[in-house]
Design a protein around this ligand. Sequence first.
Ligand SMILES: [Zn+2]
Length: 137
Amino acid sequence: MSTELTHTCSRCRGYKLDTNYALCPVCDVKWKEIKNPLFLCLCQYGHSRSVCLARVLHSKKQQAIAAGVGTCGEWIAPLCRRADMILILETSFKKHVPGVEQWKVVDFHVGPDRWVNPYNQELNAILKAMVEQKLKL
Ligand SMILES: [Zn+2]
């Protein structure tokens, strides 16, 4: 079992972790202190992957909205500004998040949309496990 600290906190990038848990203890405490945090889930069109992730968060009594980087136009900036955490369904979508908001990004990479359905049970199981692992919800 390796104890090498190879993963960086996905929020502050300033803390090395020995697992791929997305947030360091410092950031974890900070966001859990936010009352009713708003999660913004970003995928390509806001039809399938981000909706599925928002549904998982809703099932855990969290406030979450789904949007697509290719469909929300200039609303991406105000949405990212308002969100407390930005969950991206593909690593490459980070470039669509304004620079000043990128510290809020947590990577929920599941690859290209091969489910095309926010109610897909396989996708739901993948994202439920990621939420539990990365956000400890
Ligand atoms: Zn951190």
